[in-house]
Design a protein around this ligand. Structure first.
Ligand code: MRU
Length: 354
């Protein structure tokens, strides 16, 4: 990619640098994040967004939190502080499971470190945690690439592909999830056209996916969300591919609001509907999508467009940020470990175990 969505700069006393996705595509600005409180705001206000990118940032957020400790803090005090910081960061957004997955990894790592090396210093613990945060970051880059390699065959020459929200490089530390097969197919010089749903209310499609695909020189056309059905009817869409924020044990998938409607439209038109996600997006503790917590966001996001109020003052608004697509309407889930066709509980458990 020609840009890094997020990057840790320096050693244990370093900081996290991120692209500010709130101001793209108008401005390309980098944020210097030095505290966990700043990261909380950055996640909550969607300066960094997309399930894998949120998870990777949270790992580094723990490293930032550990910088505030006194240098002679003992390990049990340091771990108590880590656990409190993880609990705090976990409240930034509720749906993308990668956030909780990364925070758990950091907690488990610190506890194991303290049990194995009770005499170690705080600096040793900080270094171990930074190593893990960096590993979470490069594993995400690797997973994205593998998702691309596994999914690229599904992008047929001459096809039209519809995508929703932004599940590209901006949503991950690597080359994206849903967009990764497109990048791989493009590298192979395959010809295809992408339709980008604008993705109301926050326009991740119009602002971010459009920007990203233009940078990559991929043929793409922007549509309003309510145009997807007519495009399918006209035969312009051969496959839909989206990312995921959380996939339950049975394959039900939470993703950006509007994904569920697309899955129904795709089923109606016999169009394959693919979900692309790393294994860190699966939550096997939840039996089905009914249990996935759905983030409710501020009314102002719906009542206004591009910062200008469009609805009358005082209008009631409903603003769920995600919806759940039934596993039965998903043709396949593309992961870094392989493709799960017609996903169900058994197939998902088998792939994740392997
Ligand atoms: O609210 P957002 O922008 O964080 O929502 C992002 C999505 O819904 C993405 O499709 C999902 O996180 C997958 S990102 C690879």
């Amino acid at each position: 990619m020609v840009f890094e969505t997020l990057e840790w700069k320096g050693d244990i006393d370093g900081y996290l640098e991120l692209i500010d996705q709130r101001v793209l595509p108008g401005r390309f600005e980098l944020l210097k994040c030095t505290t966990k409180e700043q990261l909380f705001e950055i996640i909550k206000t969607l300066a960094v967004r997309g399930a894998p990118a949120i998870g990777v940032s949270a790992g580094f957020g723990i490293c930032l939190a550990m910088q505030t400790l006194d240098s002679n803090e003992d390990l049990s005090g340091a771990i108590a502080h880590l656990n409190e910081s993880a609990e705090y960061l976990a409240k930034s957004r509720p749906t993308a499971v990668n956030l909780f997955w990364a925070l758990d990894k950091m907690k488990v790592c610190a506890e194991k470190f303290a049990a194995d090396k009770p005499e170690a210093s705080l600096a040793d613990l900080q270094r171990t945690l930074l190593d893990l945060a960096r590993r979470i970051c490069w594993e995400d880059q690797f997973s994205c690439r593998e998702i691309g390699i596994n999914g690229e065959k599904l992008i047929k020459d001459g096809s039209g592909i519809l995508t929703h929200c932004n599940a590209g490089a901006l949503a991950t530390a690597g080359q994206g999830t849903a967009l990764s097969p497109l990048y791989e197919a493009h590298r192979k010089k395959r010809q295809f056209k992408v339709y980008i749903d604008e993705t109301r209310p926050l326009l991740q499609g119009a602002r971010l996916t459009a920007w990203e695909l233009m940078q990559a020189g991929i043929d793409a056309t922007l549509i309003c969300d309510n145009m997807a059905g007519v495009l399918m009817k006209q035969g312009k869409v051969d496959a839909v591919i989206t990312g995921a924020d959380r996939i339950a044990a049975n394959g039900d998938t939470a993703n950006k609001i509007g994904t569920f409607s697309l899955s129904i439209l795709a089923a109606r038109h016999n169009i394959p509907f693919y979900v692309a996600a790393p294994v860190s997006t699966f939550d096997l503790s939840l039996k089905s999508g009914d249990d996935i917590p759905i983030e409710q966001r501020d009314a102002a996001e719906v009542a206004a467009f591009g910062g200008n109020r469009v609805a009358p003052e005082g209008m009631d608004v409903y603003n769920p940020a995600f919806d759940v697509t039934d596993a039965g309407d998903i043709t396949a889930i593309i992961t870094e470990k392989g493709v799960i066709e017609k996903p169900n509980t058994e197939k998902i458990a088998a792939l994740l175990k392997g």
